[in-house]
Design a binder for this molecule. Structure first.
Ligand SMILES: Cc1cc2nc3c(=O)[nH]c(=O)nc-3n(C[C@H](O)[C@H](O)[C@H](O)COP(=O)(O)OP(=O)(O)OC[C@H]3O[C@@H](n4cnc5c(N)ncnc54)[C@H](O)[C@@H]3O)c2cc1C
Length: 447
C-alpha cells in the first residue's frame, strides 16, 4: 500500500508524542462519532521508537520544581498506570534525595503534590533522611543528604516496548503508520500560513492538520515551517532581550552496570523505587580514590531487566555550539560525537558506590558501548506545546518527554478545537511575555 494522497491528520514522528497523539485522536474521533483512526497518518523517517523515545531511560516521575509540570505529570502518570501492561510500565515509585541547597525547593514540590492528591512522603533532616534510606537499603551510605521526597507513584517503563505498545493501540483504532518516509517540506495556499500539504520523499500528502512530534529533530521541521530561529525573551526585570536562539542542544548521559537487576532488591525483597541522588558532598573515585568533583552533582539509577543491569545516568552536558551546527544524525548509539565515554563510566559507577556499598568495586562491570543521546531544548529548557501557522500543532517537549504520555491526549483535544488548561503554561508566547518557568537549585536543567 502506497502513501495516501490525502488525509485529515498528518503526524510526523513515531515516538511517544506522535503515537500517543495518534491513538488518543483516533479514540476521540470515535467517541464524537466523527470517524476513526483511518484518517490519521503517522510518518517516520526511520522506524517506530527510532528517536529519543527508544533510547530513554524511561523514568516516570512527578518531581519538578515548576508547578505547571506537576499537574501535567500527574495526568501522564494516570495513563501509564491505566495501561501498565500494554506499556510495560513498572509502578515502583521514585525518590528525590537531596542536599541542603535543594531542601526548600523540594519541600515546595511536596506541598504541591499534597495539594493535588499526588501521594508522596517528605523527610527532612540529615539523620532522619539517612534512617529512612537505610530502612529501604541496608547498605545505604550517601553523604550530604538532608531531605528525601518519596513519590509513591511513578517508576519507569521499558523504552522500545512501550512505544511499540502505543503503536499497536493506534493501529487497532485504524491509524496508518508509514516508516522509512521523510518529511522534506510543507506547502501552503497563496496568502495563507496554513499548511495544505506535506512533502515527503515518497510523495506529497494533502492534509487538514499537521502534528509534529520529532524530538531532537525539531530544529529541522521548525526551519522548514519558517518559524523564527531567534526570538525575544522578557526577563524577570521586564527587559526584552532580542536575538535569543530558539533552540540549543544538551547531551544526555546514561549507562548500565552489568549486575543482575535482582541485586538491587530493597530490604523488603521488592524491586525498589527509581533513585535520584543530588548532593554537594565531594565525589571520589571508586577505583583510585582521586577527587572526581567537589561541585553539586547528581545521578539516577534503577534495576532494569530491559537493559539487563543497573541502568541510569547523570547530569547532562550542554552542547556548546549553535543549534544549526549540531549533527543530530546519526542519532543515539550510532552517533560518533554524542555518546558517553570513560569519564561518564568512571563518575557514574563511583557515584553508585558513594550511594550504596553493594556497588563498591563494581566499576569494571560497566557495560562498554555507546549510550546516551541528544535533546533539543527551548530557551528556558521547558516544553512548548502550541499551534503555529493556523493548523500545525507542535509538541516540543524539551526532552522531558518520555514520561509525558498524556500530552498526546491533550494535544488531540486541541486538534479538535478544545483548548487544554494544562497546556496553557507551555505556549510559545511565554518567552515574549516573560512568563518563563522558574529555575531550581538542581544540577539538572529540567528539574
Ligand atoms: C539518553 C536519553 C534518556 C532520556 N531519559 C528520559 C527519561 O528517563 N524520562 C523521560 O521522561 N524522558 C527521557 N528522555 C527524553 C525523552 O526521550 C524525549 O523527550 C522523548 O522521547 C521525545 O519524544 P518524541 O516523540 O517527541 O521524539 P522521538 O522519540 O525522538 O521521535 C521522533 C521521531 O521523529 C522522526 N523524525 C524526525 N525527523 C523526521 C522527518 N523529517 N520526517 C519523518 N520523521 C522524522 C524520528 O525518526 C523519530 O523516530 C531521555 C532522552 C535521552 C536522549
Amino acid at each position: 500500500m502506497g502513501l495516501p494522497k490525502k488525509v485529515d491528520y498528518f503526524i510526523i514522528g513515531a515516538g511517544i508524542h506522535g503515537l500517543s497523539t495518534a491513538w488518543h485522536l483516533a479514540l476521540l474521533l470515535k467517541s464524537k462519532g466523527k470517524g476513526d483512526g483511518s484518517n490519521i497518518l503517522v510518518v517516520d523517517k526511520a522506524g517506530i521508537a527510532s528517536g529519543a523515545s527508544g533510547v530513554a531511560c524511561g523514568v516516570v516521575r512527578n518531581n519538578y520544581f515548576q508547578p505547571a509540570m506537576r499537574e501535567l505529570m500527574a495526568h501522564s502518570v494516570e495513563i501509564w498506570e491505566n495501561e501498565s501492561e500494554a506499556f510495560h510500565y513498572h509502578p515502583v515509585g521514585y525518590m528525590q534525595i537531596s542536599p541542603k541547597v535543594m531542601e526548600e525547593d523540594v519541600a515546595t514540590i511536596y506541598e504541591q503534590q499534597k495539594s493535588i492528591g499526588y501521594e508522596s512522603t517528605f523527610i527532612h533532616g540529615e539523620k532522619k533522611s539517612f534512617d529512612y534510606m537505610k530502612n529501604i537499603f541496608d547498605d545505604w551510605q550517601a553523604k550530604g543528604i538532608t531531605s528525601v521526597l518519596h513519590e509513591k507513584r511513578g517508576g519507569y517503563a521499558n523504552n522500545t516496548s512501550s512505544i511499540y505498545g502505543l503503536a499497536k493501540k493506534a493501529e487497532v483504532e485504524g491509524v496508518r503508520i508509514f516508516t522509512g518516509t521523510t518529511v522534506k517540506g510543507f506547502k501552503s495556499a497563496n496568502g495563507s500560513g496554513a499548511v495544505t500539504a506535506v512533502e515527503t520523499d515518497k510523495g506529497v500528502v494533502e492534509c487538514d492538520q499537521v502534528i509534529v512530534g520529532v524530538g531532537p529533530w525539531l530544529r529541522d521541521i521548525w526551519n522548514m515551517l519558517e518559524l523564527p530561529r531567534k526570538i525575544s525573551i522578557k526577563d524577570e526585570k521586564g527587559t526584552i532581550r532580542g536575538d535569543y536562539p530558539m533552540w540549543h542542544y544538551w547531551f544526555l548521559t546514561e549507562g548500565v552496570i552489568r549486575l543482575n537487576p535482582l541485586t538491587q532488591k530493597a530490604n523488603d525483597g521488592n524491586m525498589p523505587p527509581v533513585i535520584h541522588v543530588d548532593t554537594d558532598a565531594p565525589l571520589y573515585s571508586d577505583v583510585d580514590q582521586s577527587l572526581i568533583t567537589d561541585k553539586l552533582w547528581g545521578i539516577y539509577y534503577k534495576p532494569d531487566f530491559h537493559f539487563n543491569g543497573i541502568q541510569g545516568g547523570s547530569s547532562p552536558h550542554r552542547v556548546n555550539m549553535p543549534a544549526e551546527e549540531v549533527n543530530v544524525d546519526p542519532y543515539g548509539p550510532d552517533s560518533e560525537e554524542f555518546v558517553v565515554g570513560d569519564d561518564f563510566a568512571h563518575m557514574w559507577s563511583s557515584a553508585l558506590a558513594f550511594c550504596q556499598k553493594r556497588f563498591e568495586g563494581k566499576s569494571h562491570l560497566y557495560k562498554q558501548g555507546p549510550t546516551g543521546g541528544l535533546g533539543c531544548f527551548t530557551p528556558d529548557n521547558f516544553p512548548v506545546f502550541d499551534k503555529f501557522r493556523e493548523n500545525v500543532h507542535i509538541i516540543a517537549d524539551s526532552n522531558h518527554g518520555y514520561k509525558m504520555i498524556g500530552v498526546g491526549k491533550l494535544v488531540a483535544s486541541e486538534v479538535l478545537d478544545e483548548r487544554s488548561e494544562l497546556l496553557e503554561p507551555f505556549r510559545f508566547s511565554r518567552f515574549e511575555l516573560g512568563k518563563l518557568h522558574p529555575t531550581s537549585n538542581s544540577p539538572f536543567p529540567w528539574s
